[in-house]
Write a protein that binds this ligand. Structure first.
Ligand SMILES: *Cc1c(COP(=O)(O)O)cnc(C)c1O
Length: 217
């Protein structure tokens, strides 16, 4: 995407209260710097090693979002600087993030990942697990849960995708009615192929790669 097109795209999202996370996985540092120089600060990565090496090399005011599947033994590498971890899909992982956050004397913001797709490959908690975990969140002093994240089924059927996003939005609203969820402000849903549907269904944060940087090899 060229500069004018990018700024317009971002402005349109901002106008409806949606934060754009530019998903830069597998893309070179120059691609990130290009958007950085256009004023963009939120970038998403899926792999810990790739994220840490980019974080070392690039400007320190970038907000790094970890959007991949995070293994517990790798939390320590990103704990000092990560802005938001989108994919918390177990209490064991949440516990580990809390431990590393305490060590680093900071609070780490996270989203609980919810399984909404009609596929076996996607990670995430189900509705009951989310409600139960949310009720126990006060045990974790240095983790700040900000909301939920989900990925829809990889399909052309946008009505199915819409229903999955609606399911996630309903759960988000239900959690916000509870004591530990009342300050939640982030619903991360929508990628290049389905972000329009996600925004229409109440997303507050979209994770976009292909549309901004072109296809990944
Ligand atoms: C790669 C990835 C994206 C971006 O996907 P695009 O289709 O390139 O926009 C968004 N979210 C997650 C979790 C990803 O792994």
């Amino acid at each position: 995407m060229e500069q004018a097109e990018f700024l317009k795209f971002k402005d349109e999202l901002t106008a409806v209260g949606v934060t754009l996370v530019a998903v830069s996985k597998t893309k070179p540092e120059e691609d990130i710097l290009r958007l950085y120089n256009w004023g963009h600060r939120d970038f998403g990565e899926n792999y810990v090693q790739e994220l840490t090496s980019k974080q070392e090399a690039l400007p320190k005011d970038i907000h790094w979002h970890f959007i991949g599947h995070l293994q517990r033994n790798k939390v320590k590498y990103i704990a000092p600087f990560v802005h938001l971890i989108h994919g918390v899909d177990s209490e064991r992982l949440l516990k580990e993030i809390n431990k590393e956050a305490v060590k680093n004397n900071r609070a780490i913001a996270v989203l609980l990942q919810v399984f909404i797709a009609d596929e076996e490959t996607k990670f995430g908690l189900d509705r009951n697990e989310v409600m139960e975990l949310t009720a126990r969140l006060n045990q974790y002093s240095n983790v700040k849960v900000r909301g939920l994240m989900g990925m829809a089924t990889f399909t052309e059927d946008m009505e199915q995708v819409r229903k999955e996003f609606q399911t996630l939005k309903t759960l988000f609203d239900d959690c916000r009615k509870t004591e530990n969820g009342k300050d939640w402000d982030t619903l991360s849903m929508g990628m290049s192929a389905d972000y329009k549907v996600a925004v229409a269904e109440g997303s507050t944060m979209v994770r976009i790669g292909t549309l901004l940087f072109g296809k990944r090899i």
